[in-house]
Design a protein around this ligand. Structure first.
Ligand code: ADP
Ligand code: MG
Length: 467
């Protein structure tokens, strides 16, 4: 290290000092001290900057959270900058000079990738899982179906006292449980860097416990978990049927509750409905606050899409495409996000603007899987009833406004709620041309914008057909 630093000339050192002080100013003292202070400049050759941090965990964290900014700041100092690399300091230095930092044992991301046969001792120090930086409260869109879980999560993250213990969040897959848990962890760690927070899945808990047993390291294992301020276990249903893990979890749980430490748990169903979990455990899980997340409704889905499109910096995605996706991808938010990303990626690749037609093409498989199996016949029947016209007028050639308008509404709903193509829809409406259907869709969209009574009617019909 000494030889290496010797090659830094004065000018480079001054540049590095400037980069450092700007990092400190931008990220604040707490973040700087936890993560950036130990960043060392090792060399700068051919406009390539090489820096080190003491551990792999810190390297991963710094790279995922601060690398862009570090690079930009270097760029300002070195206009012809080629690269900025951050490496882990060679082991003997790391060991001698730097024991695990407080920040490392804190949110604790996972360093160990569990190479089989690897001794558990060193990697076992860091037990939690990596937090997704995108999973924050700010990025969470709140609607009716998740407002209770959201409020409970916020309260838990913000309050300095333990009010409900545990907080138990449950609901089907892909609806934001993990997102909320990470948000809590981010929030606590930002406000209160001294609190030791561990987040991990029940599966990983089990895995680590088993590894500890195998390496006869259970004391260390117990200590790690019992010395935390906040313990978060995601997807608790994974420990069902795993008796020794359950037993260990139960003891950890009790020890933490006794010390008034916060526990936050998620599961795919309510504590009472968890199968393969001992009765005493189930009842303890229900002691605090149990908050459920329900499937999304249309408004929430649309809100999420708008927020994600905005985050992706994408302004040219038409509102009607977002509405279409919100109507049609109803399974869960993960799929909804996936659909949006696919559409964005496609338009990016082929360099064409996003339209309803390309969206349908690109998402064919997803749309089919999400099909609620509303048939065109059902739509026609409902719409005819609603407007009090004869079903036969859906296919007839009559053009009177009193029947033409409902027919257009039915065509629009057929387009929105089924995956039929325009020609297919036309055929079902007495063999009309696809341009007639297209015209109907446009017309209804237009009316919906200008006539709020009409829009209410349309919403009502849609809801009836969706359920
Ligand atoms: P779960 O843990 O319940 O299976 P996740 O938390 O992993 O679900 O959520 C799946 C995806 O959907 C994530 O990318 C998450 O950010 C996103 N997501 C879920 N609910 C919301 C919401 N209300 N607002 C924004 N994004 C959401
Ligand atoms: Mg999850």
């Amino acid at each position: 290290m000494l030889e290496l630093s010797a090659e830094l000339n004065e000018e480079t050192k001054i540049k590095w000092d400037r980069v450092r002080s700007r990092l400190r100013a931008e990220f604040g003292e707490a973040t700087f001290n936890s993560w950036l202070k130990s960043l060392d400049l090792v060399s700068m050759r051919d406009n390539k900057v090489m820096m080190t941090v003491p551990t792999r965990f810190m390297r991963d964290w710094v790279v995922s959270h601060y690398a862009d900014r570090v690079r930009d700041l270097w760029q300002e100092e070195v206009p012809d900058l080629q690269s900025v690399d951050i490496h882990v300091k060679p082991a003997e230095y790391a060991k001698r000079e730097t024991p695990m930092s407080a920040a490392e044992s804190k949110v604790a991301a996972q360093v160990a990738e569990a190479a089989p046969g690897q001794s558990g001792s060193e990697d076992g120090q860091v037990v939690g899982s990596r937090l997704d930086p995108r999973f924050t409260f700010d990025n969470f869109v709140v609607g009716k179906s998740n407002e209770l879980a959201y409020a409970a999560a916020r309260r838990t993250a913000e309050s300095s006292m333990v009010t409900f213990n545990p907080l138990f969040i449950y609901g089907p897959v892909g609806l934001g449980k993990t997102h909320l848990m990470h948000s809590i962890a981010h929030h606590i760690c930002e406000r209160n860097p001294d609190r030791k927070v561990i987040y991990l899945s029940a599966e990983k808990f089990m895995y680590q416990f088993i590894r500890a047993l195998r390496y006869k390291d259970t004391m260390a294992f117990k200590q790690q978990f019992r010395s935390v301020d906040v313990l978060m276990i995601d997807d608790v249903q994974f420990i069902s049927g795993k008796d020794s893990t359950q037993e260990e979890f139960f003891h950890t749980f009790n020890a933490l509750v006794d010390q008034n430490r916060q526990i936050i748990i998620s599961g795919d169903r309510s504590p009472t409905d968890l199968e393969g979990i001992e009765e005493r455990m189930r009842s303890r899980l229900g002691w605090g606050l149990v908050a459920d997340i329900h499937p999304t409704d249309y408004e929430l889905r649309l809100g999420i899409l708008q927020s994600k499109a905005e985050q992706a910096g994408c302004k040219e995605i038409p509102q009607r495409v977002l509405e279409f996706l919100a109507h049609r991808i109803t399974s869960n938010v993960r799929e909804l996000e996936g659909a949006l990303n696919r559409v964005l990626a496609y338009s990016n690749l082929v360099g064409r603007p996003i339209t309803l037609e390309t969206t349908q093409e690109v998402l064919q498989d997803l749309l089919r899987a999400n099909d609620r199996r509303v048939t065109i016949e059902e739509i026609q029947k409902r719409v005819a009833e609603h407007f009090n016209i004869r079903l036969a007028d859906m296919y007839s050639a009559r053009r009177a406004r009193a029947v033409a308008r409902p027919r257009q509404v039915a065509m629009y709903l057929a387009k929105q709620l089924t995956s039929r193509s325009l020609p297919e829809i036309g055929r079902k409406f007495g063999g009309r041309d696809h341009t007639t259907v297209m015209h109907a869709v446009r017309k209804v969209e237009e009316l919906r914008e200008t006539d709020s009574a009409f829009a209410d009617d349309l919403n009502l019909l849609r809801r009836m057909l969706e359920t």
